[in-house]
Design a protein around this ligand. Sequence first.
Ligand SMILES: [Zn+2]
Length: 174
Amino acid sequence: MSNKVFDSANFVALDTLPEIDDTTSVADAYRLLGGAGRAAFSYAQGGQRFIVKANELLNRLYGGADISTIRQRTYWSMGDAMRRLNMPTVKVAIEAQGVSAEEEAQPLLDQGAKQAFLVTEGDRSLGWLFNDDALLEVATKRLVYICGNSHENPDPDHGTCYQCPAKIVRSELR
Ligand SMILES: [Zn+2]
């Protein structure tokens, strides 16, 4: 059965994920992400484009940190956050060589080592083909941010709940 890249369940359209750059603050990045209702964003660094798993990034930023540290980190630029924290699996590099929307998806999905392809039509970028379940999940689901009193938040703001003073303790994919 024919299954073109564009029709594949592993295809994610470009405009569904926010594009974050080095200068965007961590708090603003998560606000954009909340607005988009996704758990991943597109991020460029040093001429290379990545998809960032926002749930893993949040764990690195918030995990085990006290509230004043968390608060400080929400004001970091995303560039600073990426440089200061060692997080090899948080960002996944997009294959520089794009694939056509009309290509058969299966041979690409069978390439185990490669996780994300840029999908193009002529000169236009249409989105990505994700060859990795964890990456596909964060690119198609949203995150809710849970405080110490179990309230749900649309974004983690500056580390505390919108409804009470408790800090955000975890995120959940929905
Ligand atoms: Zn709360």
